[in-house]
Design a protein around this ligand. Structure first.
Ligand code: GLY
Ligand code: MN
Ligand code: MN
Length: 427
């Protein structure tokens, strides 16, 4: 049985008899006029179906699987590609009922009759939210007929919980994404030269990913040279590379719906300057310590706390703070140089689904979870309270770590990050 079918079965086992899951595929989004953005299936829908056809609707009850798909249509298919058609959908997902989308309007009311809780991702599409609410409201006016509609609409967070724990197949897919990402990162480290543009490096990343059948980057490539690296989500990528500058590249390939998320920093010239080395080694030291904490039973937020403490010790050694360690941490003074979190879940989405707290307490790491570990230091180029030699330096080092019983598994360990390894790539 396919992994997707197993997941549908799992969902069915989780649902109570008067509960249902309603899940919508993504539709094409217009870029301008009649031109669409490149299509990417909704991650939850793909997680259950494994099919990247647009506009489908999946309705699951404990004992029923129903799907609505785009109708076969020769004329439309000439323009936008072959559609599976309802028979094929039925076969692939072992459906009880398979319909074409035009049937949705006739069937939707009857599907919701006597459902108490409807699991549905509300808040993502206001027109659809309105449609669902109206259906519920309509049915709940039929109480005298012995019918009722959902009195509760809940987010299907059980799907997110399922997605948090990666199977061996999912890990293999992520490893494939990492392999492609590695090639991209190494290629840009080797290619970067004084006078090139950041977008030339971006082109290398994207073309490497596409060459290997990836969807492209799993998020916008960040290619930030010089002081641009102090802008956390810099994606403009049109600046010119200069000898003496560092380049921060935060980029990951998405292959088969799983994305890597990797940051490396390297010099445009052949070597790091001594000041750049100092800051780089601090971030690397702190990052390695954080990675070593990623294992089963550890509180997710303890890794961030420890990372802050370790960074602050270094920042004090650099004489960037006169205050005590406790004061720097309590008053969050470190945010001047480190203003983001140390990691996030990773998987089908770069900032993957799943909670970070349970009952207001930090989530505990479990086998099969994947988190990034990405500490950094950023020195504002215009802040004259910062020693001049540090201004404009931005360094983040990011790896993807699989939680395992006894020791962390760094999925991106093969992408060079030691200074000597990076300099060797440029020699
Ligand atoms: N690439 C986005 C992030 O590192 O969170
Ligand atoms: Mn990240
Ligand atoms: Mn990143």
């Amino acid at each position: 049985m396919s992994e997707h079918l197993e997941r549908i079965r799992k969902v069915q086992s989780l649902l109570q008899p008067k509960q249902a899951l309603l899940l919508f595929a993504n539709s094409y989004k217009m870029r301008n006029r009649d031109v669409e953005y490149k299509f990417r299936q909704d991650s939850n829908y793909y997680y259950l179906t494994g099919i990247s056809e647009a506009n489908g609707i999946l309705f699951i009850r404990k004992d029923t699987r129903i799907h609505f798909c785009l109708p076969k249509n020769k004329q439309e298919e000439i323009w936008t590609g072959v559609r599976l058609g309802k028979e094929k959908w039925k076969e692939i997902l072992n459906l009880d009922e398979s319909y074409e989308l035009q049937e949705w309007n006739f069937k939707k009311l009857e599907l919701l009759i006597n459902i108490e809780t409807l699991y549905y991702f509300f808040g993502e599409n206001s027109e659809r939210d309105k449609e669902i609410l109206e259906l519920c409201s309509h049915l709940n006016k039929k109480l005298r007929d012995g019918k009722f509609g959902p009195s509760r609409i809940e987010l299907p967070l059980f799907l997110h919980e399922m997605r948090m724990i990666k199977s061996s197949q999912e890990i293999s897919k992520l490893q494939e994404a990492v392999k492609i990402t590695q090639e991209g990162h190494i290629a840009v480290i080797q290619a970067a030269k004084h006078g090139m543009y950041e977008h030339e490096l971006e082109a290398i990343l994207e073309s490497t990913y596409l060459k290997h059948g990836a969807w492209g980057g799993g998020y916008g490539h960040i290619v930030a040279s010089g002081k641009n690296a102090t802008i956390l989500h810099y994606t403009n990528n049109h600046d010119i590379l200069k000898d003496g500058d560092l380049v921060l590249v935060d980029s990951g390939a998405e292959k088969d719906y799983y994305t890597a998320d990797v940051t490396r920093v390297f010099p445009v010239a052949k070597k790091f300057t001594s000041v750049q080395q100092v800051i780089y080694e601090i971030v690397l030291d702190v990052q390695k310590k954080a990675i070593s904490m990623v294992q089963k039973g550890v509180k997710f937020w303890d890794i961030h706390k420890e990372t802050i403490k370790n960074l602050c010790i270094h920042l004090k050694d650099l004489k960037l703070f006169q205050e005590s360690l406790d004061e720097i941490i309590e008053k969050e003074l470190y945010k001047k140089y480190y203003m983001h979190k140390t990691g996030h879940w990773l998987g089908m989405d770069v900032h993957d689904v799943g909670t970070y707290y349970e009952n207001f307490q930090s989530r505990i790491l479990e086998n099969g979870m994947i988190t990034t570990i990405e500490p950094g230091l950023y020195f504002d180029s215009l802040d004259d309270s910062i020693p001049e030699e540090f201004r404009g330096i931005g360094i983040r080092i990011e790896d993807d770590i699989l939680v395992n019983e006894n020791s962390p598994i760094n999925l991106t360990a093969s992408i060079p990050k030691e200074i000597l390894e990076i300099e060797a790539l440029k020699s």
